[in-house]
Design a binder for this molecule. Sequence first.
Ligand SMILES: [Zn+2]
Length: 343
Amino acid sequence: MKAAAFYEYGPAEAMQYADIPDPEVGSSDVLIRVQACGVNHSDLDSRAGTSRWPFELPMVLGAEFTGTVVEAGGEAGPFRPGDLVTALQQYNCGRCAQCARWRPDLCERFEIFGTTRWGGYGELVCAPARVVVPLDPEDDPFAVAASQCVVSTAWHMVNRLALVRPGDLVLVPSASGGVAGALVQCAKLAGATVIATVGSAAKAGQVSALGADMVVVRGDGDLAADLMRATDGRHFDAVLDTVGGTLFGAHLSVLREEGSLVTCGAHAGEVVPLDLIPVFRNGWRIVGFRLAPPEELAASLELIRSGSVTVPIAATFPVSDAAAAHRFLEERQHVGKVLLVAD
Ligand SMILES: [Zn+2]
């Protein structure tokens, strides 16, 4: 098959559209012809060699994809050629000691498409039948391929880490980003009042359209004071942060006592200023997102298919030009998700 693979770490041009062996289809596997595959920032780190994963090269990236069944092994269950399907982007083994303790998220033999095994950046991808999710013909294959990672991250942050409850007041900084946009929508589904910030007035309307109750455009002044004015002095129950950076302290400072800041990203800066005294005086919790367990991936797919949470698609590129997709993502000028689609 043809696939966008990389044989050594490097810049976007390291991605080569090359002939590689077809995946081997085991008796409980499903072979899928890829229609669309999401491109994630982590793909750029994987390709550049900065992700600290021990990759076996060549690697075919692509955690989230949709496509149609080509063939199914004899024990794969009721899959038929032509069925529209997707797959959980990562899955546990179901047999190790951690899986036996009902902690699939701590599995010792965790598999991630595009990281521990070949993913959706090719014509074909092979997946164990137990993680293949059947779709309906009317499902949008682009929306499903674009959204699993973003929505499952947001869902887990809102419901499992921040424990957002109806009536809570939630802050989503820099809400024009992909995960942040899903955080706005998931926090609204949980019954919260959501205040979002954006860096420019041009982005405010788009964030309002996602359901944010109020959008604060950041100026040069005191952000914490602006936020307290916006809430009439009420502090936030939770901050759902995807950016980190120099505003981390301001975001933390608007939490109520024992409020939580949940973080999943740091594109605005990985190392942040942090005054520890208010952290322990106020009992603030700073919680990192690690990963979403399998049942939340499945729940997220239902949210996407029902249209309850939507992720805008910024651009599509043919899989034969994955390097261009990576360059586009590296420029960070876009809003929404980037997809690779079959040639
Ligand atoms: Zn396991």
